[in-house]
Design a protein around this ligand. Structure first.
Ligand code: ES4
Ligand code: ZN
Length: 325
């Protein structure tokens, strides 16, 4: 079997995927029309021409501004169901999907509209042989007070949400800013993860806070942990999941962190491959596996280990894990 075909048929879990980052230009145009929203662009090509980013803030500007078309529960359903259809085609059997409620509640969309739409798509997608859950991210560039209110709403939907994370602009927004919200989230049974992005001056300090002070179970991106051998050892010991995303990692840095992924793999750290914002960065999960497999000449055993790590560090039940490990 050639590597591409092997990757295609390999069962995988996706652990780092922003549902808002799956909004393809075609769906954006369709929803704009349905909701009578005037966009600056009127064709797929015109929208794609705006996809130029040189750093995280310039990407986030494009990403957030596209969200104006998401208005109704059906819009959130359509967004999630389109992703889950593609995920099933990529042989993803389990997906833990980030969503950014504050990017919508700040525009006047009720929390329940977002969660109910996304969750209904998850239920319907079970027919496609894919099982999924939701991870609510706090926008870390918003205030603690806004996070506190958002968590309070999430607790009313506890049975529809697996855990909480942190995303958006990391600069000057360390994990510790949200230590109270993470404690409160853990107390009601939510799992914990956080983005610790690459190429941030303070990323090692942020990783240290996340692991030592906040007890997160996973680090999103976070592969620059390799700079600190003690933290690597801690991550290996605690079986911390590190969710690497080769395509978005190349934002301003074309090396996709493959060397770090392989180093972590060799040290027994539970690193996995994920797609992050596939509508904006070069494709869905099989494209991500293919990119790193080709460029770094991964063996089939290494590719299998990456997929096993994705299930092992997922938040499915211990019993369900035995199906995949
Ligand atoms: C994101 Cl690549 C990335 N980093 C931080 N926050 C995000 N939200 C969506 N994509
Ligand atoms: Zn991300």
């Amino acid at each position: 079997l050639d590597t591409r075909t092997f990757i295609k048929y390999l069962p995988k879990a996706e652990l780092h995927l922003h549902i808002e980052g799956t909004l393809e230009p075609e769906l954006q145009l369709k929803l704009a029309k349905r909701n009578h929203i005037q966009l600056k662009q009127s064709t797929v090509e015109e929208i794609k021409q705006t996809y130029h980013y040189h750093d995280l803030p310039s990407f986030l500007e494009v990403y957030y501004s596209a969200l104006s078309v998401l208005q109704t529960e059906q819009d959130f359903y359509d967004l999630a169901f389109s992703y889950l259809t593609k995920a099933a085609q990529n042989n993803i059997r389990h997906a833990e999907i980030f969503f950014d409620p504050q990017a919508h509640t700040s525009r006047g969309i009720p929390f329940k509209t977002i969660v109910n739409g996304l969750y209904r798509a998850i239920v319907d997608a079970r027919a496609l042989n894919i099982d999924a859950g939701l991870i609510m991210c706090f926008l870390r560039d918003y205030s603690k007070e806004s996070a506190r209110k958002t968590l309070k709403e999430a607790i009313n939907y506890k049975d529809k949400i697996l855990g909480v994370g942190l995303d958006s602009d990391e600069h000057n927004n360390p994990p510790l800013k949200f230590v109270r919200q993470f404690e409160d989230a853990a107390a009601v049974g939510f799992h914990l993860t956080t983005h610790c992005d690459l190429d941030q001056k303070n990323s090692i300090e942020h990783i240290r806070q996340a692991l030592e002070l906040m007890d997160v179970e996973r680090l999103d991106h976070g592969t620059n942990i390799v700079e600190d051998p003690d933290l690597v050892q801690l991550a290996a010991h605690r079986k911390i999941g590190i969710t690497s995303c080769p395509h978005s990692n190349s934002l301003g840095n074309p090396v996709m962190k493959g060397k770090e992924v392989i180093e972590l793999l060799n040290k027994g750290v539970k690193v996995s491959i994920n797609s992050d914002d596939p509508a904006y960065f070069g494709g869905y999960i099989n494209d991500s596996y293919n990119a790193i497999a080709q460029k770094f000449h991964l063996t089939k055993a290494q590719i299998i280990q990456l997929a096993k790590n994705s299930f092992e560090t997922s938040w499915i039940s211990q019993q369900a894990k035995t199906l995949y490990l």
